[in-house]
Design a protein around this ligand. Structure first.
Ligand code: ZN
Length: 145
């Protein structure tokens, strides 16, 4: 187990841009503000959705079936963290969205999701740098010591 202790450095409350890519927009914000470690929460609405699923047997990410006919969607919850990957701030986010009937779909947030409305909060932490590296067992870019 890897465990680091941090103190809260700054909190940013951000209104995102219409039509921008959800993941890219949050990731670029963290790069611009040089947020190396932190926690991210977002709500709002998206015009489409692209959800990733990591197959633990094949060790490959796949994008879930095309959900475009069920959209647009509310963001019920989108959350995750920011740490370093290849020395740069990198956001790892998961998302749950709901359709017009309240049915929910969730998974790993992939690029290619267009924002309709977005409100996100970033809690930036002070402390040891947290870097991702390839984990041999899972073949995922997990936190390394
Ligand atoms: Zn994930």
């Amino acid at each position: 187990m890897l465990s680091n202790k941090y103190s809260l450095k700054e909190v940013f409350v951000v209104k995102g841009d219409y039509n921008a890519d959800l993941l890219e927009q949050i990731n670029n914000f963290c790069i611009e503000k040089n947020i190396k470690t932190g926690m991210i929460n977002a709500i709002g609405a998206v015009q489409n959705i692209r959800l990733g699923y990591f197959d633990q047997n094949t060790k490959q990410y796949s994008t879930l079936e095309d959900l475009s006919e069920k959209g647009p969607f509310e963001i019920v919850h989108c959350g995750g963290n920011v740490s370093l990957k290849d020395g740069k701030p990198f956001c790892h986010l998961h998302i749950v969205v709901s359709d017009r009937e309240g049915k929910c779909f969730g998974g790993h947030l992939m690029p290619g999701v267009k924002v309709f409305a977005l409100e996100f909060v970033v809690h930036s932490f002070d402390g040891a740098e947290l870097e991702r590296g390839l984990d041999e067992t899972t073949q995922l870019p997990l936190w390394v010591e």
